[in-house]
Write a new protein. Structure first.
Length: 673
């Protein structure tokens, strides 16, 4: 049951001891405080939970300007991202430079890298659970920020004092507006922007009942010269009822809708391609306080998926024929139970079991493949079951507390995944395609075991966590060389299958109090794949394999008005596939490849600096200026490396590096009244 909070300027974890990191069964969990996030320097000067998460151990990106994130060896698509319980299929704006989460709308952020509670399912790598602010039920407030390329505005207040509240936030970039000022037609006809809206209503019916209604709508738009355009975005809505049945029994009932779609249009050939995935979701959760030593959680989560892989529309003068790929319909049911058992002061065990039942339905023609060839076709009517999968997902966390200052923890979890993202890019893109488990595609299965030691120092001001993990992954998916995934109704014939493994060490030292706060993080990891038909049947590094990763975050309260901050990141290069050689045909170079991901990008490092100056702060209003410099010492980190034939000597090859940024200064004016 969510607490009846008042003003929520930051994430608050109430009624928890300072040494909760020692005594709880949680491991592999990151919790972010919005107050802290707002002080960390990022590109374009806007607080961003995704950028902050990537500064913690075990969470990585594969380069500057790349979308998505990778957790403990998993793929980007193997992360379950929730906003007020609704699935977010693409958490990036502007190809990863912004996230879909407006910090003004966010109350609570939890990232589960290891064993997540049993109520979560559907992904094998991690869970990012984001909760929106409820709004202030006492006073009206208006706040926001004005930056160099984006601005945001939020309004909150009571609908009925002490009874109900609302929150509305809006955000938009406006770099495209400056393009129109150019006299160059090659520039002023372009558009590149995003906008998003968050809204939430909170109504306290009585002491035992409470309702929440929340929604999100976001869109990215890119248009080049009226010739090529792409737009994409998420929508979601959540209705939630919290009820207290007795002093021991609580329940949450939710109805949730979410979707993601993109549209690509090319005017020169007169066609547009649209793809979409949408969900209707019902959740019923219970929590029962059996006694002082046992707390039960149980419930059901049922999701109806509709996947529209592609609809091709054309103009009258186009030479391309319109088409609509076959839609897919599926139901994913999850039934779970778990128990938080505390047999003694020193020992706490959280164990549970989740049953996943997945059904793919007709109508449509479904193919069976042998290699790339169709060997059988079966037609199913509407409502007929094409394929079913049942999986048991056990999980357990054990904590042994030596004393108030240190503890040892261990965990094991199994997760399954029936939605799979198909991409032929090196990082997440808006036009990646979701497919369902089927007669050809089995559910992905992930098993993870981890062990951790936790210790606090200096009256819990310093917190040290050290964790080792091993993860195995079954039924992993990759593409054949030269695979065609766009508007392809037979995409399952382009897939290859195999397994994966990942292991690593994560160290995190946090300073929680005082004028200087922050953390130091280090990750050592190894991530590999073994896919039939790739790399001659040998294990090879996954694209997100980064051996060493270091992050330093420091926040210093210089005076009552000035707060200084700095971050520094370093990681060894991720794995990439480069040509092994070339041969010339009629003077033209043709490159050949012998090893998948056998090379490395150069090491990446960057320092960001920030400063926040408080202009005014009293009971009625507050305002501040935030200054930041992204990549303060101008390090040139390659975005891509292409190999080209030397113009002067065709027998030679030159590596051409592309860079996105050197240093990027930003200034943002933040206000609230």
């Amino acid at each position: 049951l969510e607490p009846n909070a008042q003003q929520l300027d930051e994430v608050e974890i109430t009624a928890k001891a300072k040494n909760n990191n020692i005594t709880s069964t949680e491991m592999g969990v990151e919790k972010l405080e919005m107050k802290e996030i707002s002080k960390i320097p990022v590109i374009f000067g806007e607080a961003d939970i995704m950028k902050t998460l990537k500064l913690t151990p075990g969470i990585k990106s594969v380069g500057e300007g790349s979308g998505g994130f990778y957790v403990r060896g998993g793929n980007n698509s193997q992360n379950l991202i929730l906003l007020d319980e609704a699935t977010v299929y693409n958490a990036d704006h502007l190809l990863g430079f912004f996230s879909t989460f407006n910090s003004d709308a966010i109350k609570d952020v939890q990232m589960f890298k290891g064993t997540a509670p049993a109520e979560y399912g559907g992904r094998i790598s991690s869970v990012l659970d984001v909760k929106m602010n409820d709004g202030n039920n006492q006073k009206y407030h208006v706040g926001g920020g004005i930056g160099l390329i984006s601005s945001r505005l939020n309004v909150e207040g009571p609908l009925a004092k002490n009874k109900s509240s609302f929150l509305v936030t809006a955000r938009r970039t406006y770099a495209d507006l400056f393009l129109k000022l150019s006299n160059d037609s090659l520039i002023n006809n372009n558009q590149l922007y995003f906008y998003d809206l968050n809204a939430k209503l909170n109504y306290i019916i009585n002491d035992k009942n409470r309702l929440f209604v929340s929604g999100y709508f976001g869109r990215d738009v890119f248009l080049f010269q009226d010739r090529f355009g792409i737009n994409w975005g998420n929508k979601s809505g959540t209705l939630r009822w919290n009820h207290i049945w007795s002093s021991k029994l609580f329940s949450n009932t939710s109805i949730i809708y979410s979707d993601y779609d993109y549209k690509v249009a090319i005017q020169s050939v007169g066609f547009s391609l649209t793809s979409k995935i949408k969900n209707w979701n019902f959740k019923q959760e219970f929590q029962y306080y059996l006694n002082t030593k046992n707390t039960l959680s149980f419930g059901i989560n049922s999701t109806y998926h509709t996947i529209i892989p592609g609809q091709l529309e054309t103009t009258n003068d186009s030479t391309i024929n319109p088409m609509r790929l076959q839609e897919k319909f599926a139901v994913d049911n999850g039934l779970y139970i778990s128990n938080l058992w505390k047999p003694s002061y020193n020992l706490t065990i959280n164990y549970g079991l989740r049953l996943s039942a997945y059904h793919l339905f007709g109508p449509g023609d479904f193919f069976s493949y042998q290699n790339t060839e169709i060997v059988d076709t079966t037609h199913y009517n509407r409502g007929q079951i094409v394929q079913s999968y049942f999986q048991l997902e056990p999980r357990i966390n054990v904590t042994y507390v030596f004393n108030e200052k240190n503890s040892l923890k261990a965990s094991y979890t199994r997760n399954t995944q029936n939605l799979h993202l198909i991409s032929n890019a090196t990082s997440a893109t808006p036009t990646d395609i979701w497919i369902s488990s089927s007669n050809n595609v089995k559910p992905e299965i992930g098993d993870q075991i981890s062990l951790g030691y936790f210790r606090n120092f200096n009256k819990d001001n310093y917190q040290l966590s050290s964790e080792i993990y091993y993860r195995s992954m079954q039924n992993q998916i990759d593409l054949r060389n030269g695979a065609d995934i766009n508007a392809n109704d037979k995409i399952e014939g382009e897939l290859l299958f195999g397994k994966g493994r990942a292991y690593g060490l994560e160290l995190l030292l946090k300073k929680k109090q005082g004028r200087l706060t922050g953390w130091l993080g280090y990750t050592y990891s190894k991530t590999e794949r073994l896919i039939d038909g790739i790399n001659n049947g040998k294990w090879y590094p996954a694209k997100q394999d980064i051996t060493h990763d270091i992050s330093v975050v420091a926040i210093y309260d210089l005076t009552k008005k000035w707060v200084l901050s700095a971050t520094w990141v370093y990681n060894t290069g991720n794995a990439v596939t480069f040509p092994s050689g070339k041969y010339l045909i009629n003077g033209n170079a043709t490159y050949y490849y012998t090893e998948r991901n056998g090379y490395r990008m150069p090491a990446y490092h960057r320092m960001d600096l920030g400063a926040t100056y408080t202009l005014k702060k009293n009971k009625k209003s507050e305002s501040s200026l935030n200054f930041s410099i992204y990549n303060a010492y101008g390090q040139k980190n390659p975005y891509t490396i292409d190999f080209q034939q030397d113009e002067k000597d065709p027998t030679k090859t030159v590596a051409v590096k592309t860079y996105l940024f050197t240093y990027v200064p930003s200034i943002t004016y933040n206000f609230k009244f």
